[in-house]
Design a protein around this ligand. Structure first.
Ligand code: ADP
Ligand code: ZN
Length: 294
């Protein structure tokens, strides 16, 4: 049985695993994301030791997904400066000529949730992680989306809530963007504390639901997904999901008349089935596809 190496590369940690072609996980390790000098040799050694036949990489971004670009497989303009313009895919391959697939962490997670998780059977679906940052993977007609760059839904611009004490948000690039208003650190900045420590009925979660619902509305109106999967640390707060569903219905104002929204929103905006390994399993699927197409 051929083996597929999978990497979910995150800004804080790297998760690596080896799978058989049919999806049995053989070994998984994780390590903090330090500088490439420290982290890369350990990752290369892991995949080399397992003699993987293909590699799938799901990376934090922004990344270059253009197959014909000289910097394909690189992390590009990340604020994590040690990894900026870093050719992570080429370095991981370490001179080995094996099939490799490469996508964003959230695109890979979207693929995984469609093929094996909460969005099974969908032709179009969105996976969003709401954690230290916010990112969305968009799956459309059988594949993840990239184009000029790849979706950067975390930075869409939103309308601030009238009661938000910090309506500019905390993104260094944008005024009132989604990530700057609604990622975990934005909640923390708003309450001058830690989002995890707040009671479910803290008023900041109504503000949070308003922002996540604006995101859902914008996704529904542009991408028309058959399912929206919301993952990441902030969604660990179960009470928030119900609030986001309700607020999405309210903001849409009945305009999108699908029963999935008007009646069955509990089945429409859902949490991931593969959390917290949606991205890792997505990396395996991307590697498997590369192997099958080789
Ligand atoms: P990362 O995005 O770095 O992979 P996570 O997805 O685990 O990490 O998200 C971490 C963020 O989620 C932190 O900002 C944390 O405050 C927030 N978070 C975790 N649990 C909760 C919770 N129960 N309620 C609100 N925020 C939470
Ligand atoms: Zn931003």
């Amino acid at each position: 049985m051929r083996k597929i190496g999978a990497l979910e590369g995150g800004g804080t940690k790297m998760v690596l695993a080896v799978f058989t072609e049919d999806g049995q996980e053989l070994e998984r390790i994780s390590m903090p994301t330090e500088t490439p000098d420290v982290t890369m040799p350990k990752m290369i050694e892991f995949f080399r030791r397992h003699e993987v036949d293909a590699l799938g990489v799901a990376s934090f971004g922004p990344v270059d997904l253009h197959k014909d670009s000289p910097t394909y497989g690189s992390i590009t303009t990340t604020p994590k400066l040690a990894w900026a313009n870093y050719p992570i895919l080429e370095k991981l391959l370490d001179g080995r000529d094996i099939p490799a697939g490469f996508d964003t962490d959230v695109n890979a997670a979207a693929i995984a949730e469609v093929e094996l998780g909460a969005a099974r059977g969908c032709q179009n679906a969105v996976y969003v992680t709401i954690g230290t940052g916010i990112g969305a993977g968009i799956y459309c007609n059988g594949q993840s989306i990239s184009g000029l760059l790849h979706p950067e839904t975390g930075h869409i611009l939103l309308k601030p809530h009238p009661d938000d004490p910090n309506p500019r948000g905390v993104c260094p690039y944008h005024e009132s963007c989604l990530e700057g208003l609604a990622a975990g650190p934005a909640i923390g900045a708003r309450v001058q504390g830690d989002a995890r420590d707040l009671p479910d009925d803290h008023p900041t979660f109504q503000i949070e639901a308003y922002y996540l619902a604006q995101m859902c509305v914008n996704l529904i109106l542009t991408v028309s997904p058959e399912k929206i999967v919301l993952g990441g640390g902030v969604m660990q707060r179960e009470s928030l999901l119900k609030m986001v569903r309700k607020e999405t219905q309210r903001l849409l104002g009945g305009y999108v008349a699908s029963p999935m929204i008007t009646e069955k929103i509990d089945e429409y905006i859902v949490t991931p089935e593969l959390y917290p390994v949606s991205g890792l399993i997505g990396a395996y699927l991307v590697g498997k596809k590369a192997l099958e197409n080789a």
